[in-house]
Design a protein around this ligand. Sequence first.
Ligand code: FAD
Length: 430
Amino acid sequence: MSHSAVSQAAAVSVSIGNERSLTRSVFKVIPPFSLSLQLPIFSITFLEICLLDFLIASEFDLKPSFACVVSIFILQQNNSISFNTKPWSSSLALTQKTSTIRDAKRYSNTTICMSVQQASSSKVNVSPIELEDPTDPPLNLYKPKDSYTAKIVSVERVVGPKAPGETCHIVIDHDGNLPYWEGQSYGVIPPGENPKKPGAPHNVRLYSIASTRYGDFFDGKTASLCVRRAVYYDPETGKEDPSKNGVCSNFLCDSKPGDKIQITGPSGKVMLLPENDPNATHIMIATGTGVAPYRGYLRRLFMENVPNYKFGGLAWLFLGVANTDSLLYDDEFSKYLKDHPDNFRFDKALSREEKNKKGGKMYVQDKIEEYSDEIFKLLDNGAHIYFCGLKGMMPGIQDTLKRVAEERGESWDAKLSQLRKNKQWHVEVY
Ligand code: FAD
């Protein structure tokens, strides 16, 4: 389903096409008689014109051909129309209307949701543009002793049934009070008592922010996290022991729209997207939820219309997960591949489905090795390289890079210290 508070709260939802696609239009029926048209991301298509044509023709008893002209006119204007004294409005307007969870629920009793593959790739306008103004990133605006109380907007499982474990996309409403930049993290303080310090709250857990500074609704009021539920299996019996499951990840994945959540931060500078050169190359390497900051980068590079940052370089994502069902945000990334083939590359390593050239499991370092010549050339030309995900990913990757460097007659240690010195090397593993 879509990453939208409104569709999360929907009681009835019918999807046509790819359910997980973000390239969709959503027609909402708002009781009692108003209709709202969401055109959140991309511009109009033939199918949208037909649907609007049908709705207008039947509601106003007009000839379809006349209604079609009216539809095109409306859609070309500002995606907004008054109807039975209630407005039809774009998703952003609807988001403003439904900025509280209670309102979102009220407006969403009946929803007809249609996924439509859009033909055009026009970018989404974002606001407030003042979020571009500061020269330094926001840092530690809220601390553990003085955390910010935000609200959960939606929690959505984003992996398929055959994925080992569960990963959720969680949208948090901060109402514009906890601004951040792409690549930063939020801290979350789960409710309850710290078992190691009776009477004291739990320690803060950090989560990479998976949205751009404008959030998934493009209005600067939300932040999204990509959280894997930490589950404990007894090594002897192989059975799950819920008493040892991860506290914060389970709290986040189990939370419901409207729940309160204590946030600290934002924190971190190492994964900020360097924007001084809009034509730079960014090589992004992730395992699992390590893809979170890259989702933010890629939305900024390819989905949003940011007046002061027009990307013309290359973004190359390497994502390692267990199997196809574990792929995260695959629809978004595939759309960028289709729309920006000269600026985006995407390589996946599915360890439980694919074999590397030696017949072993395909890990992300095997993909790096496959393209090592190109990667080394790009690094020599100033590319930035990022690593995010589980700590365990780094030794295998470093060994591969070292071996490739030696095969090329280069010293990896010298190369690495040069990359660090040039600020091309960005690592955030946990
Ligand atoms: P905890 O309660 O802290 O437990 C930790 C582990 O110990 C769990 O696996 C748990 O099952 C196990 N455990 C608990 N009790 C016992 C016991 N008695 N015996 C043995 N084992 C036990 N995570 C994400 O999912 N997404 C992100 O984007 C993300 N970004 C991060 C960014 C940074 C910079 C950092 C530092 C970490 C990030 N993390 C991210 C990891 C995250 O901060 C948490 O560490 C993770 O969610 C686990 O926290 P938890 O509270 O669920 O588990």
